[in-house]
Ligand binder design. Sequence first.
Ligand code: NAY
Length: 294
Amino acid sequence: LEKYKGIIPAFYACYDELGEISESRTKELCNYLYKKGVKGLYVGGSSGECIYHSLEERKATLKYVAQQLKGKLTLIAHVGAPSTRDSVILAKYAEELGYDAVSAIPPIYFKFSESSVYKYWTEIMDATTMPFIIYNIPQTTGFDLSLNLFKKLIENEKVIGVKNSSMPVMDIERFKATAGDNFIVFNGPDEQYVSGRIIGADSGIGGTYAVMPELFLMAEKFVSAGDFANARKIQHDINDIIVALCSLNGSLYSTIKEVLKQNGVHIGSVRAPLEPISGDDLNKIAGIKALIDN
Ligand code: NAY
């Protein structure tokens, strides 16, 4: 499980100037992050704008990333989709491409019982021989993974981890205490990376890592060394940056993409209904970039 331990950025959707998925830009972002020294990538998740993509677009992104980085970085494919059918299609495709693991949010839109969610995740697991990582993100899905359902899920040995994005860090502690050493708990909220790691997370997957990989790599270095005073300082800087990234009139991801553009990485904007940054707020990007660079 060592290959899952480290800084794993959630990969962004890379568009051309017309807003279509771009092969060259996807590969450019792959190269950029590879050179930064991250451990792996979480492809096609929330930050990847997966819910705004067709099945073909999701497959294309999975393919371009694999072509660029298979064997170089740990690759996790997020395959959660509104229907079980589409999730299974994506999981099988990720297996064909040689991804290390698949992961999925619970089904969205309708309210589902725990047994329906259990069935959904299990059908995805049954579709391939790959390891599976549960994705718990109640603030966007409305489904809060209970400890009881968690216990039932981890009876399946394909379940090697949980990416926990719920805000109480205590959830991380409970999942880790329940699942034990031979299991990976990924910290989800970037604002709480250091706390998450200290309370029991083994690793992290996050939507803001790719815009400031150096800072998360440094936080991780301090946490692993037991230097919590310095880890906390880095977390403070990270949180100032996250607050700034969230303060503009578009979406978090459109701000991030504008900052990356100033770093020479052009991956387009975001797909509507996510909004691009506009007007005066565009002038604030340089200031946010400076905050990250300092
Ligand atoms: C993914 O699947 O793309 C992620 O890992 C994103 C998780 C993010 N949560 C949400 C609600 O988008 O990383 C967090 C988030 O961007 C970060 O904590 C800043 O708020």
